[in-house]
Write a protein that binds this ligand. Structure first.
Ligand SMILES: [Fe+2]
Length: 199
């Protein structure tokens, strides 16, 4: 086992880009996720196992460089920070300025995420029987330290930074996002109706 200082020294002497302050934290997280994914459970169980791993190894914002942690005024930032060589999972950092929001979407595979700075608001939706509109299905506020996991189907959602400071979250997907291009299965540009069950 070597220290962060040794890791940084090695990176500098080898001519590699300087390591982020908490590179060892990312390596520990990737190792923990690798162990859970290697159990080859179904998607739903894998999401729960990986969520437990992320809870145990939830990194600090120091897992990212200052440049990676800075938001983009144009849109929320999404950056792959680890791709497992066998393509079984990838780890993505999302950085959101206040008010920035995703389109309504769902995913091609299981997803686990944890908030490491600020807060994120998540709206959940369901397709109506005809598939012509969405119905509101729930609302969650995820704050720093909160971890969630889910698996398709039934994962239509929209996420926004509902706080007043930059939000950062770590997302883990059951595919190599850098190879397949995106974790998104579909964007939903459909009318949204309020839930009828709240009446
Ligand atoms: Fe999503």
């Amino acid at each position: 086992m070597f220290s962060q200082r040794q890791f940084d020294t090695f990176a500098g002497e080898s001519g590699l880009a300087p390591a982020p302050p908490d590179a060892l934290g990312l390596a520990a997280l990737a190792a923990a996720v690798r162990a859970e994914v290697g159990k080859h459970a179904d998607w739903s169980d894998t999401a729960q196992l990986v969520a437990s791993a992320l809870e145990r190894h939830l990194p600090s914002p120091g897992i990212l460089t200052p440049e990676q942690r800075s938001g983009d005024p144009e849109t929320y930032k999404s950056e792959v920070i680890h791709s497992e060589p066998d393509g079984s999972f990838s780890i993505v950092a999302l950085v959101w300025l206040p008010g920035q929001v995703t389109p309504i979407h769902d995913h091609v595979t299981w997803c686990v995420f944890g908030v490491i700075q600020g807060m994120e608001c998540e709206e959940l939706f369901e397709l109506d029987e005809e598939g012509t509109c969405l119905v509101e299905a729930g609302y969650r506020v995820n704050r720093t330290g909160d971890v969630s996991g889910f698996a398709p189907p039934g994962d239509i959602h929209r996420v926004r930074n509902g706080g007043d400071r930059t939000a950062i979250s770590i997302h883990i997907y059951g595919t190599d996002v850098s190879r397949v291009g995106s974790s998104v299965r579909r964007y939903y540009n459909l009318p949204v109706q309020p839930s009828t069950s709240a009446a």
